[in-house]
Design a protein around this ligand. Structure first.
Ligand code: PMP
Length: 403
Protein backbone atom coordinates (compact mmCIF):
# COMPACT_ATOMS: atom_id res chain seq x y z
CA UNK A 1 0.00 0.00 0.00
CA UNK A 2 1.08 3.56 -0.59
CA UNK A 3 1.63 5.80 2.43
CA UNK A 4 -1.65 7.68 2.15
CA UNK A 5 -1.11 10.65 4.48
CA UNK A 6 1.86 11.57 2.30
CA UNK A 7 0.00 11.63 -0.99
CA UNK A 8 -3.45 12.71 0.20
CA UNK A 9 -2.10 16.07 1.28
CA UNK A 10 -1.05 16.71 -2.32
CA UNK A 11 -4.70 16.84 -3.44
CA UNK A 12 -6.57 20.00 -2.39
CA UNK A 13 -9.76 18.67 -3.99
CA UNK A 14 -10.10 15.87 -1.45
CA UNK A 15 -11.55 18.08 1.27
CA UNK A 16 -15.10 19.42 1.62
CA UNK A 17 -15.49 23.24 1.56
CA UNK A 18 -15.40 23.22 5.40
CA UNK A 19 -12.22 21.18 5.49
CA UNK A 20 -13.63 17.71 6.31
CA UNK A 21 -12.32 14.68 4.41
CA UNK A 22 -14.20 14.03 1.21
CA UNK A 23 -14.35 10.31 0.34
CA UNK A 24 -13.98 10.53 -3.39
CA UNK A 25 -14.73 7.16 -4.97
CA UNK A 26 -15.29 8.32 -8.53
CA UNK A 27 -11.74 8.39 -9.82
CA UNK A 28 -12.68 6.18 -12.80
CA UNK A 29 -14.79 9.11 -14.04
CA UNK A 30 -12.08 11.68 -13.43
CA UNK A 31 -9.12 11.86 -11.07
CA UNK A 32 -8.35 14.67 -8.65
CA UNK A 33 -5.22 16.69 -9.38
CA UNK A 34 -2.12 16.99 -7.24
CA UNK A 35 -0.96 20.51 -6.43
CA UNK A 36 2.01 20.04 -8.80
CA UNK A 37 -0.40 19.70 -11.74
CA UNK A 38 -2.50 22.68 -10.63
CA UNK A 39 0.70 24.77 -10.31
CA UNK A 40 1.97 23.66 -13.73
CA UNK A 41 -1.36 24.61 -15.30
CA UNK A 42 -1.44 27.93 -13.49
CA UNK A 43 2.11 28.90 -14.57
CA UNK A 44 1.44 27.79 -18.14
CA UNK A 45 -1.67 29.98 -18.29
CA UNK A 46 -0.03 32.84 -16.37
CA UNK A 47 3.58 33.92 -16.20
CA UNK A 48 4.76 31.50 -18.94
CA UNK A 49 1.83 31.82 -21.32
CA UNK A 50 2.35 32.25 -25.06
CA UNK A 51 1.43 30.29 -28.12
CA UNK A 52 3.62 27.54 -29.58
CA UNK A 53 5.21 26.84 -32.96
CA UNK A 54 5.55 30.53 -33.85
CA UNK A 55 8.63 31.23 -31.82
CA UNK A 56 9.88 34.58 -33.04
CA UNK A 57 9.89 35.79 -29.43
CA UNK A 58 11.61 34.03 -26.59
CA UNK A 59 8.57 33.16 -24.52
CA UNK A 60 6.85 31.43 -27.42
CA UNK A 61 10.03 29.49 -28.14
CA UNK A 62 10.15 28.42 -24.46
CA UNK A 63 6.50 27.39 -24.58
CA UNK A 64 7.16 25.31 -27.70
CA UNK A 65 10.02 23.57 -25.90
CA UNK A 66 7.71 22.86 -22.96
CA UNK A 67 4.94 21.57 -25.20
CA UNK A 68 7.28 19.25 -27.10
CA UNK A 69 8.94 18.14 -23.84
CA UNK A 70 5.46 17.02 -22.69
CA UNK A 71 5.15 14.91 -25.82
CA UNK A 72 8.55 13.32 -25.20
CA UNK A 73 7.62 12.65 -21.54
CA UNK A 74 4.41 10.90 -22.56
CA UNK A 75 6.33 8.85 -25.13
CA UNK A 76 8.80 7.81 -22.45
CA UNK A 77 5.98 7.03 -19.95
CA UNK A 78 4.26 4.61 -22.35
CA UNK A 79 7.56 3.40 -23.82
CA UNK A 80 6.73 4.50 -27.34
CA UNK A 81 9.51 4.22 -29.92
CA UNK A 82 9.42 7.94 -30.66
CA UNK A 83 7.67 11.16 -29.65
CA UNK A 84 6.30 11.46 -33.19
CA UNK A 85 4.01 8.53 -32.36
CA UNK A 86 2.22 10.70 -29.75
CA UNK A 87 -0.73 12.71 -31.04
CA UNK A 88 -2.25 15.18 -28.56
CA UNK A 89 -6.03 15.09 -28.75
CA UNK A 90 -8.85 16.33 -26.52
CA UNK A 91 -9.29 12.97 -24.81
CA UNK A 92 -9.81 9.27 -25.44
CA UNK A 93 -13.10 10.00 -27.17
CA UNK A 94 -11.38 12.18 -29.75
CA UNK A 95 -8.52 9.69 -30.11
CA UNK A 96 -10.92 6.88 -31.04
CA UNK A 97 -12.92 9.15 -33.34
CA UNK A 98 -9.67 10.13 -35.05
CA UNK A 99 -8.71 6.51 -35.70
CA UNK A 100 -12.22 5.61 -36.85
CA UNK A 101 -12.50 8.57 -39.24
CA UNK A 102 -8.92 8.63 -40.55
CA UNK A 103 -7.70 5.02 -40.49
CA UNK A 104 -11.19 3.51 -40.72
CA UNK A 105 -12.32 5.95 -43.40
CA UNK A 106 -9.35 5.16 -45.63
CA UNK A 107 -9.04 1.40 -45.01
CA UNK A 108 -12.50 -0.06 -44.33
CA UNK A 109 -14.62 -1.31 -47.19
CA UNK A 110 -18.02 -2.94 -47.54
CA UNK A 111 -17.85 -6.44 -46.11
CA UNK A 112 -14.98 -5.71 -43.71
CA UNK A 113 -15.61 -6.45 -40.04
CA UNK A 114 -14.83 -4.64 -36.79
CA UNK A 115 -14.72 -6.57 -33.50
CA UNK A 116 -15.77 -4.84 -30.29
CA UNK A 117 -16.73 -6.35 -26.93
CA UNK A 118 -19.83 -6.31 -24.76
CA UNK A 119 -18.19 -4.18 -22.07
CA UNK A 120 -17.03 -1.24 -24.20
CA UNK A 121 -17.59 2.40 -23.24
CA UNK A 122 -19.83 4.26 -25.71
CA UNK A 123 -16.76 6.09 -26.98
CA UNK A 124 -15.38 2.76 -28.23
CA UNK A 125 -18.71 1.81 -29.84
CA UNK A 126 -20.33 4.85 -31.44
CA UNK A 127 -17.36 6.05 -33.58
CA UNK A 128 -17.18 2.53 -35.05
CA UNK A 129 -20.90 2.49 -35.76
CA UNK A 130 -20.56 5.83 -37.53
CA UNK A 131 -17.69 4.66 -39.75
CA UNK A 132 -19.33 1.26 -40.33
CA UNK A 133 -22.40 3.05 -41.63
CA UNK A 134 -20.26 5.14 -43.99
CA UNK A 135 -18.14 2.28 -45.31
CA UNK A 136 -20.46 -0.74 -45.20
CA UNK A 137 -18.32 -2.54 -42.60
CA UNK A 138 -20.02 -4.80 -40.02
CA UNK A 139 -19.62 -4.77 -36.26
CA UNK A 140 -19.30 -7.95 -34.20
CA UNK A 141 -19.48 -8.09 -30.42
CA UNK A 142 -17.26 -10.39 -28.43
CA UNK A 143 -19.12 -11.83 -25.39
CA UNK A 144 -17.90 -11.85 -21.80
CA UNK A 145 -17.00 -14.70 -19.49
CA UNK A 146 -19.33 -15.42 -16.53
CA UNK A 147 -17.23 -13.22 -14.27
CA UNK A 148 -17.19 -10.27 -16.67
CA UNK A 149 -13.98 -10.45 -18.68
CA UNK A 150 -13.73 -10.17 -22.45
CA UNK A 151 -13.90 -13.84 -23.50
CA UNK A 152 -10.72 -14.31 -25.52
CA UNK A 153 -11.56 -17.97 -26.29
CA UNK A 154 -14.74 -16.70 -27.95
CA UNK A 155 -12.72 -13.97 -29.69
CA UNK A 156 -10.44 -16.63 -31.14
CA UNK A 157 -13.34 -18.55 -32.67
CA UNK A 158 -15.14 -15.41 -33.91
CA UNK A 159 -12.24 -13.70 -35.69
CA UNK A 160 -12.05 -14.09 -39.48
CA UNK A 161 -9.79 -12.69 -42.21
CA UNK A 162 -12.57 -10.13 -42.87
CA UNK A 163 -11.80 -8.51 -39.52
CA UNK A 164 -9.70 -5.40 -40.05
CA UNK A 165 -9.85 -4.11 -36.50
CA UNK A 166 -10.32 -5.34 -32.95
CA UNK A 167 -11.05 -2.49 -30.48
CA UNK A 168 -11.16 -3.39 -26.78
CA UNK A 169 -10.95 -1.77 -23.36
CA UNK A 170 -7.62 -2.53 -21.67
CA UNK A 171 -9.43 -2.15 -18.31
CA UNK A 172 -13.24 -1.97 -18.06
CA UNK A 173 -14.56 1.27 -16.55
CA UNK A 174 -17.53 -0.63 -15.07
CA UNK A 175 -16.20 -4.01 -13.97
CA UNK A 176 -12.49 -3.28 -13.60
CA UNK A 177 -11.71 -6.40 -15.68
CA UNK A 178 -8.16 -6.35 -17.02
CA UNK A 179 -7.65 -7.59 -20.57
CA UNK A 180 -4.87 -10.00 -21.48
CA UNK A 181 -3.78 -7.47 -24.09
CA UNK A 182 -0.91 -9.54 -25.42
CA UNK A 183 -3.18 -12.46 -26.24
CA UNK A 184 -5.72 -10.10 -27.81
CA UNK A 185 -2.91 -8.67 -29.98
CA UNK A 186 -1.80 -12.16 -31.05
CA UNK A 187 -5.38 -13.11 -31.95
CA UNK A 188 -6.02 -9.88 -33.87
CA UNK A 189 -2.73 -10.06 -35.74
CA UNK A 190 -3.32 -13.76 -36.45
CA UNK A 191 -6.14 -12.80 -38.85
CA UNK A 192 -4.38 -9.65 -40.12
CA UNK A 193 -6.47 -7.22 -38.03
CA UNK A 194 -5.17 -4.20 -36.11
CA UNK A 195 -5.71 -3.91 -32.34
CA UNK A 196 -6.88 -0.67 -30.73
CA UNK A 197 -6.80 -0.56 -26.94
CA UNK A 198 -8.93 1.91 -25.02
CA UNK A 199 -6.47 2.62 -22.23
CA UNK A 200 -8.55 5.19 -20.31
CA UNK A 201 -8.66 3.10 -17.14
CA UNK A 202 -5.30 1.38 -17.62
CA UNK A 203 -3.09 4.46 -18.09
CA UNK A 204 -3.67 5.75 -14.52
CA UNK A 205 -2.83 2.44 -12.85
CA UNK A 206 -0.65 0.22 -15.04
CA UNK A 207 2.86 0.19 -16.39
CA UNK A 208 2.42 0.83 -20.09
CA UNK A 209 4.82 -0.46 -22.69
CA UNK A 210 3.62 -0.13 -26.26
CA UNK A 211 6.10 -2.68 -27.64
CA UNK A 212 5.23 -5.26 -24.97
CA UNK A 213 1.49 -4.77 -25.49
CA UNK A 214 2.03 -5.17 -29.25
CA UNK A 215 -1.15 -3.21 -30.04
CA UNK A 216 -1.48 -0.83 -32.99
CA UNK A 217 -3.42 2.07 -31.46
CA UNK A 218 -3.66 3.15 -27.81
CA UNK A 219 -5.97 5.89 -26.49
CA UNK A 220 -6.26 7.59 -23.10
CA UNK A 221 -7.41 10.79 -21.40
CA UNK A 222 -5.24 13.15 -19.35
CA UNK A 223 -7.91 13.91 -16.76
CA UNK A 224 -8.05 10.28 -15.61
CA UNK A 225 -4.26 10.27 -15.25
CA UNK A 226 -4.34 13.05 -12.60
CA UNK A 227 -3.86 15.66 -15.33
CA UNK A 228 -6.20 18.32 -16.71
CA UNK A 229 -9.32 17.92 -18.84
CA UNK A 230 -9.10 18.85 -22.51
CA UNK A 231 -6.06 16.74 -23.33
CA UNK A 232 -5.58 13.11 -24.20
CA UNK A 233 -3.23 10.92 -26.13
CA UNK A 234 -3.46 8.81 -29.22
CA UNK A 235 -0.46 6.56 -29.68
CA UNK A 236 -0.16 4.70 -32.96
CA UNK A 237 2.62 2.87 -34.72
CA UNK A 238 4.62 5.31 -36.80
CA UNK A 239 3.96 3.48 -40.08
CA UNK A 240 0.19 3.59 -39.45
CA UNK A 241 0.23 7.32 -38.66
CA UNK A 242 2.39 7.95 -41.74
CA UNK A 243 -0.23 6.35 -43.97
CA UNK A 244 -3.28 7.99 -42.35
CA UNK A 245 -4.97 11.03 -43.91
CA UNK A 246 -5.67 14.09 -41.71
CA UNK A 247 -8.67 14.03 -39.43
CA UNK A 248 -9.26 17.79 -39.36
CA UNK A 249 -7.86 20.60 -41.49
CA UNK A 250 -6.55 23.99 -40.42
CA UNK A 251 -3.43 25.69 -39.17
CA UNK A 252 -0.38 23.80 -37.91
CA UNK A 253 -1.18 20.55 -39.77
CA UNK A 254 0.01 21.67 -43.19
CA UNK A 255 3.23 21.63 -45.16
CA UNK A 256 2.11 24.14 -47.87
CA UNK A 257 -1.26 25.61 -48.69
CA UNK A 258 -2.41 27.01 -52.01
CA UNK A 259 -5.83 27.05 -53.60
CA UNK A 260 -4.49 24.64 -56.20
CA UNK A 261 -3.13 22.06 -53.73
CA UNK A 262 -2.38 21.66 -50.05
CA UNK A 263 0.18 19.27 -48.68
CA UNK A 264 0.27 18.06 -45.10
CA UNK A 265 2.82 17.99 -42.32
CA UNK A 266 4.16 14.64 -41.17
CA UNK A 267 2.68 13.05 -38.00
CA UNK A 268 1.99 13.99 -35.30
CA UNK A 269 1.37 17.60 -36.51
CA UNK A 270 -0.79 16.27 -39.37
CA UNK A 271 -3.36 15.29 -36.74
CA UNK A 272 -3.15 18.43 -34.60
CA UNK A 273 -4.99 21.11 -36.54
CA UNK A 274 -5.32 24.48 -34.85
CA UNK A 275 -3.76 25.97 -31.72
CA UNK A 276 -3.11 22.98 -29.47
CA UNK A 277 -3.83 22.45 -25.78
CA UNK A 278 -0.65 24.14 -24.64
CA UNK A 279 -1.19 24.58 -20.89
CA UNK A 280 -2.95 21.21 -20.73
CA UNK A 281 0.03 19.40 -22.29
CA UNK A 282 2.43 21.06 -19.85
CA UNK A 283 0.19 20.12 -16.90
CA UNK A 284 -0.09 16.58 -18.26
CA UNK A 285 3.71 16.44 -18.17
CA UNK A 286 3.53 17.27 -14.43
CA UNK A 287 0.87 14.57 -13.93
CA UNK A 288 3.01 11.96 -15.67
CA UNK A 289 5.99 12.96 -13.52
CA UNK A 290 3.84 12.62 -10.38
CA UNK A 291 2.49 9.17 -11.29
CA UNK A 292 5.86 7.92 -12.54
CA UNK A 293 7.54 8.95 -9.26
CA UNK A 294 5.03 6.87 -7.27
CA UNK A 295 5.31 3.91 -9.68
CA UNK A 296 2.28 2.76 -11.72
CA UNK A 297 2.87 -0.87 -10.65
CA UNK A 298 2.45 0.19 -7.01
CA UNK A 299 -0.71 2.11 -7.88
CA UNK A 300 -2.28 -0.97 -9.44
CA UNK A 301 -1.48 -3.12 -6.41
CA UNK A 302 -2.69 -0.44 -3.98
CA UNK A 303 -6.04 0.08 -5.72
CA UNK A 304 -6.61 -3.62 -6.42
CA UNK A 305 -6.05 -4.37 -2.71
CA UNK A 306 -8.63 -1.72 -1.75
CA UNK A 307 -11.07 -3.15 -4.32
CA UNK A 308 -10.58 -6.60 -2.88
CA UNK A 309 -11.19 -5.33 0.69
CA UNK A 310 -14.36 -3.57 -0.42
CA UNK A 311 -15.59 -6.69 -2.20
CA UNK A 312 -15.01 -8.75 0.96
CA UNK A 313 -17.03 -6.31 3.02
CA UNK A 314 -19.86 -6.02 0.48
CA UNK A 315 -20.05 -9.81 0.26
CA UNK A 316 -21.07 -9.79 3.94
CA UNK A 317 -24.29 -7.92 3.05
CA UNK A 318 -26.88 -10.23 1.57
CA UNK A 319 -28.70 -7.42 -0.23
CA UNK A 320 -25.69 -6.67 -2.43
CA UNK A 321 -24.88 -8.26 -5.79
CA UNK A 322 -21.27 -7.80 -6.82
CA UNK A 323 -20.44 -7.53 -10.51
CA UNK A 324 -17.16 -8.20 -12.27
CA UNK A 325 -14.14 -10.39 -11.60
CA UNK A 326 -12.51 -10.93 -8.22
CA UNK A 327 -9.14 -9.67 -9.39
CA UNK A 328 -10.42 -6.38 -10.81
CA UNK A 329 -8.36 -3.22 -11.02
CA UNK A 330 -9.50 -0.64 -8.42
CA UNK A 331 -13.08 -0.47 -9.69
CA UNK A 332 -16.05 -2.19 -7.96
CA UNK A 333 -19.58 -2.20 -9.40
CA UNK A 334 -22.53 -3.53 -7.42
CA UNK A 335 -26.30 -3.34 -7.07
CA UNK A 336 -28.31 -3.31 -3.85
CA UNK A 337 -31.60 -5.16 -3.79
CA UNK A 338 -34.53 -2.73 -3.55
CA UNK A 339 -32.34 0.41 -3.73
CA UNK A 340 -31.78 2.29 -6.95
CA UNK A 341 -28.09 3.22 -7.36
CA UNK A 342 -29.09 6.89 -7.64
CA UNK A 343 -30.80 6.75 -4.23
CA UNK A 344 -27.72 5.11 -2.76
CA UNK A 345 -25.52 7.78 -4.34
CA UNK A 346 -27.67 10.57 -2.90
CA UNK A 347 -27.60 9.14 0.64
CA UNK A 348 -23.84 8.58 0.43
CA UNK A 349 -23.37 12.18 -0.65
CA UNK A 350 -24.83 13.25 2.72
CA UNK A 351 -21.98 11.29 4.30
CA UNK A 352 -19.33 13.02 2.15
CA UNK A 353 -18.90 9.89 0.05
CA UNK A 354 -18.94 10.30 -3.73
CA UNK A 355 -19.68 7.25 -5.87
CA UNK A 356 -20.97 6.96 -9.40
CA UNK A 357 -24.46 5.69 -10.14
CA UNK A 358 -25.74 5.05 -13.62
CA UNK A 359 -24.93 3.18 -16.81
CA UNK A 360 -21.35 4.50 -16.92
CA UNK A 361 -21.61 5.08 -20.71
CA UNK A 362 -21.88 1.33 -21.18
CA UNK A 363 -25.56 0.72 -21.93
CA UNK A 364 -25.02 -2.55 -23.86
CA UNK A 365 -23.16 -3.92 -20.82
CA UNK A 366 -26.03 -2.88 -18.50
CA UNK A 367 -28.46 -4.72 -20.76
CA UNK A 368 -26.20 -7.78 -20.71
CA UNK A 369 -26.03 -7.66 -16.89
CA UNK A 370 -29.82 -7.22 -16.70
CA UNK A 371 -29.64 -4.01 -14.65
CA UNK A 372 -30.59 -0.43 -15.59
CA UNK A 373 -27.65 0.99 -13.65
CA UNK A 374 -24.98 0.05 -11.12
CA UNK A 375 -23.34 1.74 -8.17
CA UNK A 376 -19.60 2.06 -8.80
CA UNK A 377 -16.86 2.80 -6.33
CA UNK A 378 -13.52 3.46 -7.99
CA UNK A 379 -10.22 4.03 -6.21
CA UNK A 380 -7.32 6.29 -7.01
CA UNK A 381 -3.77 6.59 -5.75
CA UNK A 382 -5.03 8.79 -2.85
CA UNK A 383 -7.71 6.33 -1.69
CA UNK A 384 -7.36 4.47 1.59
CA UNK A 385 -9.28 2.32 4.06
CA UNK A 386 -11.05 5.35 5.55
CA UNK A 387 -12.89 5.67 2.21
CA UNK A 388 -14.11 2.08 2.50
CA UNK A 389 -15.18 2.60 6.12
CA UNK A 390 -17.17 5.72 5.17
CA UNK A 391 -18.73 3.96 2.18
CA UNK A 392 -19.76 0.93 4.25
CA UNK A 393 -21.22 3.20 6.94
CA UNK A 394 -23.33 4.92 4.28
CA UNK A 395 -24.42 1.64 2.71
CA UNK A 396 -25.52 0.30 6.11
CA UNK A 397 -27.47 3.51 6.75
CA UNK A 398 -29.12 3.15 3.33
CA UNK A 399 -30.10 -0.42 4.19
CA UNK A 400 -31.76 0.81 7.39
CA UNK A 401 -33.61 3.60 5.53
CA UNK A 402 -34.91 1.18 2.90
CA UNK A 403 -35.75 -1.43 5.54
N1 PMP B 1 -13.17 4.66 -22.35
C1 PMP B 1 -13.26 4.36 -21.06
C2 PMP B 1 -12.97 2.95 -20.60
C3 PMP B 1 -13.58 5.35 -20.12
O1 PMP B 1 -13.64 5.06 -18.83
C4 PMP B 1 -13.83 6.67 -20.59
C5 PMP B 1 -14.23 7.77 -19.63
N2 PMP B 1 -15.27 7.42 -18.76
C6 PMP B 1 -13.72 6.92 -21.95
C7 PMP B 1 -13.39 5.90 -22.80
C8 PMP B 1 -13.94 8.29 -22.52
O2 PMP B 1 -13.00 9.18 -22.04
P1 PMP B 1 -13.18 10.78 -22.24
O3 PMP B 1 -14.61 11.08 -21.86
O4 PMP B 1 -12.19 11.37 -21.31
O5 PMP B 1 -12.89 11.06 -23.67
Amino acid sequence: MLRQPDVRGDFPGLLTPDGAPWHYLDTAATAHKPQAVIDAMSHALGRDYATVHRGVYARSARMTLGFEAARRRVAEFIRARSASEIVFVRGATEAINLVAASWGGSVLQAGDRIMLSMLEHHSNIVPWQMIAERTGAHIDVCPLTEDGRIDLDALETMLTPQHRLVALAHVSNVLGSVLDARRAADLAHGVGAKLLLDGCQAAPRMVLDMAALDCDFYAFSGHKLYGPTGIGVLWAREELLDAMPPYQGGGAMIDRVSFARTTYAPPPQRFEAGTPMIAEAIALHAAVDYVAALGPDKLFAHEAALASQLRDQLRGLNSVRLLGPEDSAGIVSFVMEGVHPHDLGTILDEENVAIRAGHHCAQPLMEHLGVPATARASFGLYSDESDITALMRGIERTQRIFG
